[in-house]
Design a protein around this ligand. Structure first.
Ligand SMILES: Cc1cc2nc3c(=O)[nH]c(=O)nc-3n(C[C@H](O)[C@H](O)[C@H](O)COP(=O)(O)OP(=O)(O)OC[C@H]3O[C@@H](n4cnc5c(N)ncnc54)[C@H](O)[C@@H]3O)c2cc1C
Length: 397
């Protein structure tokens, strides 16, 4: 780094940081991306099993529900920079998108939303194509990019002063936090920035893994590993769910997957952030016994036997209706992080922190997370584009 004074420094070289740089032509203003890891976009490359489920199809109004309590707060920026806009942008750059069945996404569809439904991927099925496009656009917009540049300090001293772990100091008029969450720390997203933001005085809601498998006490289904049961209702109970009825933290319905160690599948991943160790998780199979896989029927019968070895039909019926387990833990390797920078701190029209001039937060570092299906990357895109709009007009770029 030759110069140490920048107009904008983006801390983080993942989906959100790179999307911001892709949208913002610096027009000669000095701008720098700092990534603590040795490579850019490592988590983006892993996403969707390497296929990169970049967003979800359908009308953008349906997106709001995918982010739970935070959905309404995100509404404005999801509408402003929607899934359809994203598809148009990528297809304008020659990256065609397709739905789960490989059908092309029609990015020319009108204003109501995207015509395609379900998960949306690059038609090539390669997340590398998405990453290369973002890096190419960021470079074309004249962003300087530094990898292996881990930030260890951030303070305001007139301008923002950013300290790297080797002690080097940079100054910036505007700093964008795009440092992601706490899971998969080997990708560089190790949560280190949350401590620095906390020290600054920003309100951070405790980060924890979400979209993760759940482990339970006395798990009886290890031998069913790999078997999926459709349309299971799952209820997570919580000790502090004071605002909800009878301690229910969340109730969701979807496909359940048994693994060797515990519970997984979309419905479990989606409810995992509400699953608290020591509290109950309830599985309601919504099926008659004979509709379940044979091996599972056998296990359920075994679990219903009385002292004399007879199957107690009332116990069997209640297991089908509410198979209750005590949660022992949630896998640390969640696909996303729940918690992070409180949305109350943010002006959602700009992604600027309300109390800190020239500080922006985008992407997974925010206390907002979606269910599986492309909603988490859409959150990165929408917040990054909103931030780009503000910086563009603020700096007349
Ligand atoms: C296995 C897996 C599969 C997934 N699949 C999907 C999917 O298909 N669809 C979907 O929507 N979402 C998916 N997600 C979630 C999605 O990938 C993330 O939400 C998204 O990539 C987050 O982007 P981000 O830019 O906010 O953060 P990240 O991509 O985590 O990037 C953070 C950047 O900040 C840098 N950084 C962190 N701390 C510092 C520091 N102190 N100094 C300097 N740099 C720092 C990191 O090195 C990194 O460059 C998946 C996640 C995982 C783990």
């Amino acid at each position: 780094m030759n110069n140490n004074e920048y107009e904008i420094v983006i801390i983080g070289g993942g989906a959100s940081g790179l999307m911001l740089a892709s949208q913002l032509d610096l027009g000669g203003a000095p701008g720098l991306i700092l990534a603590g890891s040795s490579a850019l976009g490592t988590k983006l490359l892993m996403s969707g099993g390497g296929r990169c489920n970049i967003t979800h199809g359908g009308p953008v109004k349906d997106f709001v529900y995918a982010y739970g309590d935070e959905g309404q707060t995100l509404r404005r920026c999801l509408y402003k920079h929607s899934n359809l806009e994203l598809a148009k942008w990528f297809s304008g750059l020659g990256v065609d998108l397709a739905d789960e069945n490989g059908e092309p996404v029609d990015a020319s569809y009108g204003s109501g939303g995207m015509d395609s439904a379900g998960r949306i991927f690059p038609a090539s099925g390669k997340s590398r194509d998405i990453l290369n496009t973002l890096i190419g656009e960021a470079a074309a917009n004249l962003w300087q990019i530094e990898t292996d540049a881990k930030v260890s300090g951030l303070r305001k001293d007139g301008s923002w002063v950013i300290t790297l772990i080797n002690g080097y100091e940079l100054k910036a008029e505007n700093v964008v936090i795009a440092t992601g969450g706490i899971t998969y720390p080997e990708t560089g997203s190790d949560g280190s920035m949350f401590e620095m933001l906390d020290d600054l005085g920003l309100d951070i809601n405790e980060p924890r893994p979400a979209l993760a498998p759940v482990y339970v006490e006395d798990y009886p289904y290890a031998e069913l590993s790999g078997i999926s049961i459709p349309d299971v209702t799952v209820i997570a109970f919580s000790s502090d769910a004071a605002c909800t009825c009878k301690g229910k933290a969340a109730k969701m319905k979807g496909d359940l997957l048994f693994t060797h160690e515990g519970l997984s599948g979309p419905v479990i991943l989606n409810i995992s952030k509400h699953a608290e160790p020591g509290e109950l998780i309830r599985l309601c199979y919504n099926k008659e016994l004979h509709e379940l896989p044979r091996r599972m029927q056998r296990i359920l019968r075994e679990r219903s036997r009385g002292l004399l070895g007879d199957v107690r039909t009332n116990v069997l019926a209640s297991l089908l209706d509410h198979d209750d387990f005590t949660v022992t833990g949630v896998d640390e390797r969640g696909m996303v992080t729940a918690g992070g920078v409180s949305l109350d701190e943010m002006d959602m029209r700009t992604m600027a922190a309300k109390r800190f001039d020239g500080l922006y937060v985008i992407g997974e570092a925010l206390d907002a997370d979606g269910i599986t299906g492309g909603y988490n990357l859409q959150l990165c895109w929408s917040t990054a584009c909103t931030c780009a709009d503000d910086l563009r007009s603020k700096l007349c770029l």
